[in-house]
Design a protein around this ligand. Structure first.
Ligand code: AMP
Ligand code: MG
Length: 271
C-alpha cells in the first residue's frame, strides 16, 4: 500500500491518482474482502495490545469530499474492535467558543491518550480546505497554517503519537451517484444535505486546496495516503492495511507484571 503514500517534499499531482485504481486487486474483489476480514481480525488483536501496553497513541485522520466515505470507512475498518479503545472525534462547523480560540485548540483536546486510537472524522485540515475555499479567513492567515500544522503534528509525534492521514479520493461522477443514492434510498435520505450541492460546484477549488494541503503536510512523522475510494471494498482494504502494518511495526507486547503467579494461585486455591 506504499504506492499511495505521498513522499514528503516530492511534487504531488492529485491527477496522477485515480479514484478507480484497484492496485493488485483488480478483478479480485473476493480476495480483497478476504484480506479485509483478515485485517479486521488483526486489528482487534492489535488494539488489545495497544490498550494493555499503554505506551503508544494512534491518531488517524480522515478527510474527503462529501460522500467520500469517511463514515463508511470507520464502520467497516473498526468492525469488531473493542469500542472502549477507539474514539471517534468529528469536527463540524466550529461553535462560537471554538472560533474564539485558535483553530488547533479543539483539535488538540481530542488527540489520543496512551493506549488509545482516535479517528478524526474531518480535522485541522478543514482550516486549510473549506476555510480556504470560502475565504473564511484572509489568505495570509490560512497560508501560515500548513507550517503550523506540520509543527503541531511533529510535536505530537515526538511525544509518542503515531499519525496516519487518509484522503479518501472519489471522483466527481462517483459523488453524483452517491448523492443520487442518498436521494433515492429512504434509509439514506437523512444524509442528503442540500448545501453539499453548493460545495460540489466548488469541486476544482477543493481539489486545488487538497492538492496543496497534501503536498505541504505529508511528512515523515505524519504521512498522507491518497486512497482510491470509488470502490468501498478497496478503500476499506487500503485503509485497514496501512493501519495494521503501522501497528505491527510497533512490536508491542502484553505487559508481564513481575508477580509471583504460583503464590497467587495458591492463595486462590485456599478459597
Ligand atoms: P458533516 O461532516 O457532513 O457532518 O459536515 C460538517 C461540516 O462542517 C462540513 O460542511 C465541514 O466543511 C464543516 N466544517 C468542519 N470544520 C470546519 C471549520 N474549521 N470551518 C468551517 N467549517 C467546518
Ligand atoms: Mg455531510
Amino acid at each position: 500500500m506504499e504506492q499511495y503514500r505521498i513522499e514528503p517534499g516530492k511534487k504531488f499531482k492529485l491527477a496522477d491518482f485515480s479514484a478507480d485504481d484497484l492496485g493488485d486487486f483488480d478483478g479480485k474483489k473476493q480476495k480483497g474482502n478476504e484480506k479485509l476480514a483478515e485485517n479486521r481480525a488483526d486489528l482487534v488483536e492489535l488494539q488489545e495490545l495497544l490498550y494493555s501496553e499503554h505506551k503508544h497513541r494512534l491518531l488517524i485522520v480522515l478527510q474527503a469530499m462529501d460522500g467520500g466515505g469517511k463514515d463508511g470507512t470507520i464502520r467497516s475498518v473498526f468492525e469488531g474492535v473493542n469500542p472502549q479503545g477507539v474514539r471517534i472525534a468529528s469536527f463540524k462547523t466550529p461553535t462560537q467558543m471554538e472560533l474564539d480560540h485558535d483553530y488547533l485548540w479543539r483539535i488538540h483536546s481530542q488527540t489520543p491518550g496512551k493506549g488509545e486510537i482516535v479517528v478524526f472524522n474531518r480535522s485541522q485540515y478543514e482550516d486549510v480546505l473549506v476555510v480556504r475555499v470560502h475565504n473564511l479567513v484572509p489568505r495570509e492567515v490560512w497560508k501560515k497554517r500548513y507550517q503550523q500544522i506540520n509543527d503541531f503534528e511533529r510535536q505530537l509525534s515526538e511525544e509518542g503519537t503515531t499519525i496516519l492521514k487518509f484522503f479518501l479520493n472519489i471522483s466527481l461522477e462517483e459523488q453524483k451517484q452517491r448523492f443520487l443514492e442518498r436521494l433515492e434510498m429512504p434509509q439514506k435520505r437523512w444524509k442528503f444535505n442540500p448545501g453539499d450541492l453548493a460545495e460540489r460546484k466548488l469541486w476544482p477549488e477543493y481539489m486545488k486546496a487538497f492538492e496543496e494541503a497534501i503536498q505541504k503536510t505529508s511528512t515523515k512523522w505524519a504521512p498522507w495516503y491518497v486512497v482510491p475510494a470509488n470502490r468501498n471494498w478497496y478503500r476499506n482494504l487500503v485503509v485497514s492495511s496501512v493501519i495494521v502494518d503501522t501497528l505491527k511495526a510497533m512490536k508491542m507486547e502484553y505487559p508481564n507484571p513481575a508477580i509471583d503467579v504460583e503464590a497467587f494461585k495458591k492463595q486462590l486455591a485456599e478459597g
